[in-house]
Design a protein around this ligand. Sequence first.
Ligand SMILES: C=C(OP(=O)(O)O)C(=O)O
Ligand SMILES: [Mg+2]
Length: 572
Amino acid sequence: MHDKLTGIAASAGVAIAKAFLHEEPDLTIERKEISNIEAEVNRFEAALTQAKQELSEIKDKTEKDLGPDKAEIFAAHILVLSDPELIDSVKEKIQNDNQNAEFAMQEVSTMFVTMFENMDNEYMKERAADIRDVSKRVLGILLGVKVQSLATISEETIIIAEDLTPSDTAQLNPEFIKGFATNIGGRTSHSAIMSRSLEIPAVVGAKTVTTKISTGTTVIVDGLDGNIIVDPTEEEIQFYTDKRKRYQEQKEQWAKLVNDSTVTKDGVHVELAANIGTPKDVEGVLNNGGEAVGLYRTEFLYMDRTELPTEEEQFTAYKEVVERMEGKPVVIRTLDIGGDKELSYLDLPKEMNPFLGFRAIRLCLEEKEIFKTQLRALLRASAFGNLKIMFPMIATLEELRAAKSMLNEEKDKLVADGVDVSDQIEVGMMVEIPSTAVAADLFAKEVDFFSIGTNDLIQYTMAADRMNERVSYLYQPYHPAILRLVKMVIDAAHKEGKWAGMCGEMAGDEIAIPLLLGLGLDEFSMSATSILPARSQLLTLSKEELSAFSNEMLTLDTADEVEKKVRAYLDM
Ligand SMILES: C=C(OP(=O)(O)O)C(=O)O
Ligand SMILES: [Mg+2]
């Protein structure tokens, strides 16, 4: 029946196709008393073996159809199935409590999922999704219920689902899967991030798609504005076909800019860089015309494992990134663990205020061996490209000096040992703590560059947790206080002949970009898919004109007024 639904626009583009309702299998489980314990344990083990077998087949198929990157998730899932903590806990429940295998499995997986989900940490939340996903497969096998696979779809389809799990999205073949719409999720949920990297139009968090849409119904997913049209009229199909065409044309225009440098209307060059988390993200940077890597978050190298990465492992990763960037700048940030990012094997005490606690450079300056290992890996990799080193969460000059002196010490040692180290490594710092923005003039004398981390700078300036929905109204990038801090940092850098960049989300925001250009920002670092739209916007802007305009914005009363003025300026 004709209907219009709205949700969160998660991935740009318009899709029109028949729906496929991806339903959750019925996994209702009863607790049963087991008499033959050994047989039950065997049944459980057989289910694990079968699940691994299925996963490895999906992995092979995904690798063949979509490439090794997309198949990695299944390797992780196979690992979950071999995790002794999980498996032994299930067996113990069968053996000690006489529970049936499916009940025991569900209890244990729910416990782990709840634990990870409550960690207030995006990364651990993803691990929770992995466990849920894997245990669903095992339960399906134990119960004899078929769990659908999206990998086998071979005609143009829009997927409708409650949510898509990591293994669901990994199986989406963009040749056939034209779009998707889900009941739950937000812009940063796993399915949303995947849809952007696959460039599949998507609307998430639309609440009722699974009840309002059934398999076979024609659906329009408008990932530009977050609309879903069920059983559209002829006029609607025409309207959205035109909209899709316009968007395609815009993308083609953007794509033409892929090899261009970013020059404003009045002839000023700014650098458009990308934020990455792993070496494999470099491909996306190059495909989207990134002129540099402005932030390589190295913490991902330390996560999802049971011990610290070795110097050799780190060296290999850093070297790969600088080599693949072929001489373009690569800013690598030293370990920024703590706050929302935990490392289970470091066994750090729980804190009342982890965002204000023992994290990042604070931890590195105390856990010297961890820091030294990373610095050595960075120094060695510097011989293979244009590597710059950046320290996170600096609050004081003493910290900056201590970090630099450890870096120099390791450098001297390597050089004395005859190891090749570049002698042109720029060393910079994140400006994400207000003390460093306010006193940027002092710091500018002792670094080669600044990169403003607005994700944290905003939360610390406004005293509003960046992950807390209830105070998100205070998280205001366009607040004159934030803009003034940004200006102080840029001016201080320039006074010392240094450059200033930004690697917080704000750098890729179309409202912020004109202001940042006007304030004199030299480098904008953002997610790879934002680069071409940003470049196309910057080509139309005049830095000189915006300089006066931005300075005027600093004098307004509220973030809201700033936003309205910028929108009016941009004719939006
Ligand atoms: C880029 C930043 O770092 P992260 O998001 O990793 O804290 C920031 O704080 O703006
Ligand atoms: Mg930060």
